[in-house]
Design a protein around this ligand. Structure first.
Ligand code: DAH
Length: 339
């Protein structure tokens, strides 16, 4: 028995010394000192010893336990230390390394153009309002004096959701919503997305943006419209800019016009940019049709107004000399970061 105990003690110590990590040491602890461990097992043989031998053997068992425990403790502490050193080495931060660059975002050319337009109109006392992109046929067409047989209502141009609901084809719908609220006078711009069933090419997209304008007050005339839009054009394209109004037709304005600005590249002489014309078309406008006022609950004998609509992409393309509208929708950061 004594031999067995000696052998057990030596085996435990040599296993402990060979062990590298705390986990392995714990396994050894259980195997030798645990409730069902080897030391408990050997003590079962004590009953076969003579009464004189028992205390002596008991003492030997205690000594062995103590020796094993001490060794476990010492080797365990060293293993923990090694582990900690390894972890610290792995987590070292080299504060002298250069920082990682994060690339800042860029404003989209549309956003830059819109901010500029908003700034100009806010400066003239306009409020910026919003309207729904999913709209009733009534606000998009009917209330704007666009009868059922009008070509703009053709299904080829309009995305219909059902008979009465569609994706708005123009921000002019917001004019009606504002007039219906009846808070007069009105001086607003309504920027937003519009939708038309168009094929994509360099100048077309099924979804683009307009900035609608509407002013309603007592005694407004065509002179107010012209003065406002002239001021706007000069602020946007420069003091030397000239404007020209060409008669046009829109169902919801009478009279209606399209406005051209003198080419800000060549000053009006004619160049590649203005296709030799000297003029560039930038918006549609007109005096609000009395019937439209009436339908929205405003008395045309008392109030008059003017409206206009600027193509936002058109402004962005012109200002930044971008020749393909598709670039505005691809959102390639190499393109966007140039502006
Ligand atoms: N809504 C028209 C369109 O999308 C543009 C337009 C023209 C709007 C004249 C106006 C306006 O407010 O007065 O073609």
């Amino acid at each position: 028995m004594k031999e067995k105990l000696k052998e057990l003690r030596e085996r435990a110590i040599s296993q402990i010394e060979a062990a590298q990590d705390p986990e392995k040491l714990n396994e050894i602890r259980v195997a030798f000192l645990g409730k069902k461990g080897e030391l408990k097992n050997i003590m079962k043989g004590m009953k076969d010893l003579s009464p004189e031998e028992r205390p002596q053997f008991g003492q030997m068992v205690n000594d062995a336990r103590e020796a094993i425990e001490n060794r476990l403790e010492e080797v365990g502490r060293a293993a923990e230390k090694r582990l900690m050193e390894k972890r610290l080495a792995a987590e070292t931060i080299d504060v002298t390394l250069p920082g990682r660059q994060t690339e800042p975002g860029h404003l989209h050319p549309n956003s830059i153009a819109l901010r500029e337009l908003e700034k100009i109109f806010i400066g003239m006392g306009y409020e910026v309002v919003d309207g729904p992109e999913i709209e009733y046929d009534y606000y998009n067409f009917e209330a704007l004096n666009i009868p059922d047989n009008h070509p703009a209502k053709d299904e080829q141009d309009t995305f219909y959701i059902n008979d009465k609901i569609l994706l708005r084809t123009q921000t002019s719908s917001v004019q009606i919503r504002m007039m219906e609220q009846g808070r007069l006078p009105i001086r607003m711009i309504a920027p937003g997305r519009v939708f038309r069933s168009d094929e994509v090419d360099a100048t077309h997209s099924p979804s683009f943006h307009q900035v609608e304008g509407l002013v309603i007050d007592k005694g407004l005339t065509l002179a107010d419209l012209k003065g406002t839009l002239d001021t706007f054009a000069k602020e946007l394209f420069g003091e030397e800019t000239k404007v020209k109004f060409r008669p046009h037709h829109f169902p919801f304005t009478e009279p209606s016009a399209e406005m051209d600005v003198s080419c800000f590249k060549c000053g009006g002489k004619g160049c590649r940019f203005c296709k030799g014309e000297g003029w560039i078309e930038i918006l549609g406008c007109g005096m609000v049709h009395p019937h439209v006022l009436e339908m929205a609950g405003i008395d045309p004998k008392e109030y008059s107004g003017f409206a206009f609509s600027i193509g936002l992409e058109r402004i962005a393309l012109l200002k930044y000399e971008i020749d393909d509208m598709r670039l505005l929708y691809e959102n390639d950061s190499r393109f966007l970061k140039q502006f």
